[in-house]
Design a protein around this ligand. Sequence first.
Ligand SMILES: NC(=O)c1ccc[n+]([C@@H]2O[C@H](COP(=O)([O-])OP(=O)(O)OC[C@H]3O[C@@H](n4cnc5c(N)ncnc54)[C@H](OP(=O)(O)O)[C@@H]3O)[C@@H](O)[C@H]2O)c1
Length: 267
Amino acid sequence: MDIKERYGPWAVISGASEGTGKAFAHLLASKGIHCLLIARREAPLEELADDLTRQYGIETVIAAIDLARPDACDRMMTAVGDREVGLFVSNAGSDPNAARFLEQDLSAWVDLVERNVTTMMKCSYHLAAPMKARGRGGVLLVNSGACYGGSTAMGTYSGSKAFTLCFAEGLWAELRPHGVDVLTLVMSRTDTPEFRRVLAQQGVPVPDNIASPDDVARLGLERLPHGPICNWGEADDESGMSATSAAQRRERVVMIDKVTSQLFGRS
Ligand SMILES: NC(=O)c1ccc[n+]([C@@H]2O[C@H](COP(=O)([O-])OP(=O)(O)OC[C@H]3O[C@@H](n4cnc5c(N)ncnc54)[C@H](OP(=O)(O)O)[C@@H]3O)[C@@H](O)[C@H]2O)c1
């Protein structure tokens, strides 16, 4: 598979300035794909854009956008302009709150849902439509094991990630006949600056054996043609975090797709 032909010429990467987002940017740039890099802080984006251009000779665009704001998707689409985007990596999405629901301002939870659910969904809509028309492309939605169930101090975060899981399954079923790959990459503990910040805030030491962002990005790109789910650290037919395996869930989506396609007709 020629990655550039399948997912180029441009990729949009949210939360690109550090951690897994940055790893995706390096990986895609190394394949010759131009990168549109999004995060709130401009300085690390500029630094990354310079590095990518220097190391791989690709084009870059940076856009400092807060994805939790209601106009985020419009601003992202303005930054995209008439560039041909073949891949959307929705990466920004951790929970900086690490708090019980009622112990945090409601506005923090609204922001989390706006970024992880509304903006992600709106951008997928606008970016996947031209991919479907062209008959190729990819949508890679970064996820967390939290998508398989909520727990203390994780209700809103888990809920947003469960939305991503179900949304990815639906989009995969709809777009695969059109040559567009959809994957939600279910990550486990990964050594990102944000994860380290949250651990430090809680006074918890960095655990051993956490994943490296480069390995996570490599696995995500490798599994993108085999959606809708990839669970970090688990084989495709293994049911660990998910209680049901990725393969079983895929089968279920295909089965439901058959029923709903009879009801609604094929797109
Ligand atoms: N690290 C883990 O252990 C772990 C485990 C499971 C799942 N995940 C998932 O992996 C993904 C990446 O996680 P991460 O640990 O790297 O933390 P993250 O906070 O999701 O990602 C950091 C990146 O996102 C940007 N960002 C954060 N909030 C933003 C906003 N409102 N608008 C625009 N950009 C924003 C940050 O730059 P700015 O601060 O400049 O905006 C930075 O580039 C997330 O979806 C997370 O749920 C991570």
